[in-house]
Design a protein around this ligand. Structure first.
Ligand code: NA7
Length: 534
C-alpha cells in the first residue's frame, strides 16, 4: 500500500472531480481514467472504503452475502479474491477495498484527508469549482458525488450531552484502533442494524451493558460461518449467470423469491416456507411470499412468526415482549444478526424501553431515562445516519441544493438534478440504491455516468443538465410507486423519520432494479432524453 496521505501531483483543471473514495468513487475513478480523462477524487478519510472505512464498530458486517457483495466489473478480480466468510466482516471488506485500490493503482488520483466544503458551478466555463481541504480550489468539468447513502452520522441532541465525563462513540465514526470495553459499564442508544451487530460483542466484553431501545427491530439470524472453498469455486465457475440472474431481481440479489401469496398458502405450507427461510438465514426471509411487503394481513403472518421466535429464545417474557416489534416486518430494513436476542439472557445486559418516554438527558455520569440514572463509563450512539441526502447537503452545493431539497430530494433518476449542470449523484435519492444490493447498483450508475460523459465528449458537448419537467415527472413517479408498498408506512430512515425536522419523503425508488435499469438505458438510447445537452 502506498502512502495514503501523499497528495497527487496533478493540480487540474480536471475533466472530472469525484467526491468520496468508497466503492462508488473508486470504480468511477477507474472507469473515467480508463477513458483517458483526468480525474481527482477527494476523500475525507485517510483511506479508501467509504462505509467500510468508517463503520469499524465491533461486529460490523455486511448483511449481503460476500459472494454477491463484490464488484463484478473485472472478471480477474472476482475470480482471484477469496472471501473467508459467508457474510464478510468489516475488516475483510476494507481489505478488499484496499486490494482494489492497489490492483487498479487508484491511489495516485485520490487526495485523502481532504473534505469538500463547497461546490459552485462556473456558468461561463461550464465547470465545477470545489473548495476543498484548507481552502484549496479545484476545478472539474464534471462533478460526481459518490458520497454514500449512509455516511452522515445522526447524532440526536440529547440534553446535557456535553456534560458526560466518560467516553462517547458513534458506530459510524468508530476509532481506527478499536475500543476495549472490558470491565466497563456501557450504554448503547439505538437498536438498528449497527446496534444489533455490536450488542452481542460489547455485552461479552463489558461489565454491564444498558440498551436503550426506542423501536424494537426484526432481525433474522445470519447463520454465518466460513465459506466452503468448494461452494466458492462453484459460484465463481457460474458467476456470469449468477450476476445476470441477480440483475433481474427487485433488489439486485440472487435469491429465490416465492411469488405465492402468504394468505393463499395453507398454515402448514406457510410454516414450512418461513422455517426454511429462517434456517437459511438473512434477508431472503422477506422473499418467503410475494405479498409480504404489499398486504398487511400477509405481513403480519411473517411478523408473528418472528415474534414467536423471540419468545422461544428470550427467557424473560417481559424482555421478550419489549423486544417484539409490532410494526410492519421489512418496512425498516430487515436486520441480520448473530446471537442478538440470546444476548438478553445474559445477566449483565439490561434493556430499557424509551419508546413512550424518550431519554431525558445525558448526565455527567450516564444516561437518565424513565426517572432514573443509568451510570456508564462509555456511551455508544448507534443512532444511524441522515440517510441519502445528509452527505450531499453537508457540501454547500450552489445554486443552493439545500433550498431546492427543502421539501425532500428531487432528482431525475437519482442521477442528475435540474439546476445543477454536469453534476451526477451515484445511487442518489430517486434511484433504487439502498433497497438493493449496493455493489451492482453502484456499478450500474458508474457505467451509466461514464457512458454519458463519453457521449458528451464525443459529440463535443460541454454541459448536461436534467430538465425540470423530466425531473418533476420522475419525482412524481417515485412518490406514487412508493405508496404501493408497505415499506413507506413506518418511521424509517427511508423516509427521513429518524432525523428531527427532515422532510418525510420516501427517498429511494421502489420500482425494482430491472425496471429502473430499463428506464436508464432507454434515456441513454434516446440521446439522454430528459436532459439538456449543450
Ligand atoms: P438505524 O437503522 O437508523 O438505527 C438507529 C437506531 O437508533 C434506531 O433504533 C433508532 O430508533 C435509534 N435512535 C435514533 N435516534 C434516537 C433517539 N433520539 N433516542 C433513542 N433512540 C434513537 O441505523 P444503523 O446504523 O443501525 O443502521 C443503518 C443501516 O446500516 C441499516 O439499515 C443497514 O442498511 C446498515 P427508531 O427506530 O428511529 O425509533
Amino acid at each position: 500500500m502506498s502512502n495514503q496521505h501523499s497528495k497527487p501531483e496533478q493540480t487540474g483543471p480536471f475533466d472530472a472531480v469525484i467526491v468520496g473514495a468508497g466503492f462508488a468513487g473508486m470504480y468511477m475513478l477507474h472507469r473515467l481514467r480508463g477513458m483517458g480523462l483526468s480525474v481527482r477524487v477527494f476523500e475525507a478519510g485517510s483511506g479508501v472504503g467509504g462505509t467500510w472505512y468508517w463503520n469499524r464498530y465491533p461486529g460490523a458486517r455486511c448483511d449481503v452475502e460476500s459472494m454477491q457483495y463484490s464488484y463484478q466489473f473485472s472478471e480477474e478480480l472476482q475470480q482471484e479474491w477469496v472471501w473467508p466468510e459467508r457474510y464478510a466482516p468489516q475488516p475483510e471488506i476494507l481489505r478488499y477495498a484496499n486490494h482494489v485500490a492497489d490492483r487498479f493503482d487508484l491511489r495516485r488520483d485520490i487526495q485523502f484527508g481532504t473534505r469538500v466544503h463547497s461546490a459552485t458551478f462556473d456558468e461561463a466555463e461550464d465547470r465545477w469549482v470545489l473548495e476543498v481541504g484548507d481552502g484549496e480550489r479545484v476545478t472539474g468539468t464534471h462533478c460526481i458525488m459518490a458520497t454514500g447513502c449512509l455516511s452522515s452520522a445522526n447524532m440526536p441532541k440529547f440534553a446535557g450531552i456535553d456534560s458526560f465525563q466518560g467516553e462517547t462513540y458513534h458506530t459510524g465514526h468508530w476509532p481506527n484502533e478499536g475500543v476495549d470495553f472490558s470491565g466497563k459499564r456501557v450504554a448503547i442508544i439505538g437498536t438498528g442494524s449497527s446496534a444489533i451487530q455490536s450488542i452481542p460483542i460489547i455485552a461479552w466484553q463489558a461489565a454491564h451493558l444498558y440498551v436503550f431501545q426506542r423501536t424494537p427491530i426484526y432481525t433474522i439470524p445470519a447463520h454465518n460461518g466460513p465459506l466452503d472453498p468448494k461452494y466458492q469455486a462453484a459460484v465463481k465457475a457460474d458467476y456470469a449467470c449468477i450476476r445476470a440472474r441477480a440483475k433481474q431481481t427487485f433488489g439486485g440479489l440472487d435469491f429465490k423469491l416465492n411469488m405465492e401469496s402468504a394468505l393463499v398458502a395453507s398454515e402448514e405450507e406457510r410454516q414450512r416456507e418461513f422455517e426454511k427461510r429462517w434456517a437459511y438465514g438473512g434477508l431472503p426471509f422477506i422473499g418467503a411470499f410475494g405479498d409480504l411487503l404489499y398486504d398487511h394481513a400477509a405481513n403480519d403472518l411473517a411478523a408473528e412468526f418472528v415474534r414467536l421466535k423471540i419468545r422461544e429464545v428470550v427467557h424473560d417474557p417481559q424482555v421478550a415482549e419489549m423486544l417484539s416489534p409490532s410494526n410492519v416486518i421489512g418496512c425498516k430494513r430487515l436486520c441480520v444478526d448473530t446471537g442478538y436476542w440470546e444476548t438478553y439472557n445474559r445477566p449483565n445486559v439490561t434493556l430499557i424501553d424509551v419508546s413512550g418516554e424518550p431519554i431525558e438527558a445525558i448526565t455527567s455520569a450516564g444516561v437518565r431515562a424513565r426517572g432514573r440514572e443509568y451510570a456508564a463509563d462509555a456511551i455508544v450512539s448507534a443512532t444511524g445516519f441522515d440517510a441519502m441526502t445528509g452527505a450531499l447537503l453537508k457540501i454547500d452545493v450552489r445554486q443552493s441544493l439545500k433550498e431546492k431539497w427543502s421539501e425532500g430530494p428531487k432528482t431525475y433518476l437519482g442521477l442528475g438534478i435540474a439546476g445543477f449542470p454536469n453534476l451526477f449523484t451515484i445511487t442518489g435519492p430517486g434511484s433504487p440504491s439502498v433497497l438493493t444490493n449496493m455493489l451492482p447498483s453502484i456499478e450500474q450508475h458508474v457505467e451509466w455516468v461514464a457512458d454519458c460523459i463519453g457521449y458528451l465528449r464525443y459529440r463535443g458537448f460541454t454541459r448536461i443538465e436534467a430538465q425540470a419537467e423530466a425531473e418533476e415527472s420522475w419525482v412524481a413517479h417515485v412518490r406514487e410507486i412508493a405508496g404501493t408498498s408497505l415499506r413507506s408506512t413506518c418511521s424509517s430512515w427511508y423516509i427521513g423519520a429518524n432525523v428531527p425536522g427532515k422532510p418525510r419523503v420516501f427517498m429511494p425508488y421502489i420500482g425494482g432494479f430491472p425496471a429502473y435499469v430499463q428506464k436508464c438505458d432507454a434515456v441513454a438510447a434516446n440521446r439522454y432524453e430528459g436532459f439538456v445537452l449543450a
